[in-house]
Design a protein around this ligand. Structure first.
Ligand SMILES: [Zn+2]
Length: 152
């Protein structure tokens, strides 16, 4: 987690303020009670906490920023016409997102993300799991597919 913004005093414009109290109000934002070091006045801020970028190395070697929405779209495609609720899709997406964040790496390969999704989809719906495997991992031939089934 990286904290990006400098909070200026709204009364005198001084850049140095002290935090008296911090409280997380919702995911990604923190409410802070601050005191200006210069004029001593107190004020409250709601600050966005931005996590540092996680890079995804694609199969062709290009990089892109990890995007949770892409994970979700991939899962949605796999569960099409399957009896899987959207709540469950969100749950799986969040779990994968958290796993990627917890890894504390700066870059990961698409395969790592794919495997994290596969691991969970297998428990959710076997058909969706196979669909995802074939699309996401772009199998060259059937033997790759068989290896995956043995491995997971
Ligand atoms: Zn001030």
């Amino acid at each position: 987690m990286k904290h990006v913004k400098i909070m200026k005093c709204p009364f005198c414009g001084a850049a140095n303020t002290s935090v008296l109290e911090s409280r997380t109000v919702e995911e990604g934002s923190i409410r802070r009670r601050r005191e200006c070091d210069k004029c001593g006045k107190r004020f409250t801020t709601v600050e966005q906490v931005k996590r540092s970028f996680l890079w995804v190395i694609k199969k062709d070697g290009r990089r892109e920023v990890f995007d949770k929405e892409k994970v979700k779209r991939g899962i949605l495609r796999a569960i099409e016409k399957r009896p899987v609720s959207l709540d469950l899709v969100d749950e799986v997406t969040d779990q994968v997102d958290m796993e990627m964040l917890r890894s504390e790496k700066q870059e990961i390969s698409t395969r790592v993300i794919g495997n994290a999704i596969l691991k969970r989809l297998k428990k959710v719906d076997k058909v969706a799991w196979l669909r995802f495997a074939s699309v996401y991992l772009e199998f060259e031939d059937l033997s790759d597919f068989e290896k995956l089934i043995e491995r997971t």
